[in-house]
Design a protein around this ligand. Structure first.
Ligand code: SF4
Ligand code: ZN
Ligand code: ZN
Length: 312
């Protein structure tokens, strides 16, 4: 199917998107996405010269693309990168995903840390499933991932932690947190975290303005090796339905999704942040692991206790 001409060079276009309405040849599409990510890094002051950015790579398309883009931008923008991959389970899917991430690190010559939480903390998805904890699996998995990201960042002296969340992920989080009235999580749904002063390494989401579609096309255009299947434990929920609806609106009104996000970030987020001042909530140190925590014991240590007790 002919897609018309690349808007940059006039050659035959290979990639055509409806929102934003763009047509590019392969080479200019890659350039377009990388430039877009660079603009997000600059706009939200995500990185500065000499930063060490820990990139969390699961082996999926978003984090793998993020690794390649940040590797490229790190040379121009003069920051360093290191990879982090977490072996969340010993099931086949996760082993494949980890190997894919490692292949990408090796191809680019990027140093990386591989953490197996089962070995280091006696907890992983397999243990959580055996323990039949009441909390949804993805929420417990999030606690493990966030804890490891922060601990490794502190250990390797990384100044930022980057994750591959894209625009669609953020819109889904915004919707779910809005519907449940979870103001704190709503404020946390932003391209850059606001927790630096609270003992957490700053988290950044450089793909915050790139849609899922844009990232799929980027990974394909670059010919990246990534895991195509979704995590076997992923459960679709209300956020996914909301996103489907939003995407159908975005088809009819191109640019609607990104505009909503930008308006949220420029008008609503600052208002919520100055009204609720969540960054001023004082944190203690977890009395088990000494990491920052809201309560006496952090959620990660609580989860470990639950798993240990279930095996006793
Ligand atoms: Fe963890 Fe899989 Fe849920 Fe993602 S989908 S949070 S990897 S269990
Ligand atoms: Zn072109
Ligand atoms: Zn703890």
């Amino acid at each position: 199917m002919l897609l018309g001409k690349c808007i940059k060079c006039g050659r035959e276009a290979e990639i055509r998107l409806r929102s934003p309405l763009v047509k590019f040849c392969r080479e200019h599409y890659i350039e377009y996405v990388e430039r877009k990510v660079r603009r997000v890094l600059e706009k939200y002051h995500m990185v500065k010269k000499n930063d060490l950015v820990l990139i969390c790579v699961s082996g999926g398309k978003d984090s793998t693309s993020l690794l390649h883009i940040m590797h490229k931008l790190s040379r121009d923008m003069k920051f360093s990168i290191m990879g982090l991959t977490i072996m969340l389970s010993h099931e086949e899917f996760f082993k494949k995903a980890v190997n894919t991430a490692i292949e990408n690190y090796r191809e680019l010559g990027v140093d990386y840390v591989l953490v197996d939480p089962l070995k280091e903390y006696d907890i992983n998805l397999d243990r959580l499933i055996e323990a039949r904890i009441r909390r949804p699996l993805c929420s417990a998995c999030g606690i493990i991932k966030r804890y490891i990201m922060n601990s490794v960042a502190i250990e390797v002296k990384a100044t930022k932690v980057a994750t591959g969340h894209n625009l669609d992920d953020l819109m889904k989080f915004l919707f779910v947190n809005f519907v449940s009235g979870d103001i704190e999580q709503l404020i946390r749904t932003a391209p850059i975290s606001i927790t630096e002063r609270r003992g957490f390494v700053t988290k950044i989401k450089p793909l915050a303005e790139c849609s899922e579609r844009e990232m799929i096309e980027y990974a394909k255009a670059k010919g990246l090796k990534f895991i195509r299947a979704a995590c076997p434990y992923k459960k679709l929920g209300m956020g996914d339905d909301a996103l489907e609806f939003l995407n159908s609106l975005d088809e009819r009104y191109p640019g609607l999704k990104i505009n909503m996000f930008r308006i949220y970030m420029s008008k609503i987020h600052p208002a919520l942040r100055s009204f609720y001042r969540i960054e001023e909530v004082s944190l203690r140190r977890c009395k088990i692991c000494n990491m920052p925590s809201l309560g006496e014991i952090c959620s990660f240590c609580k989860l470990r206790i639950l798993v240990r007790e279930s095996r006793a």
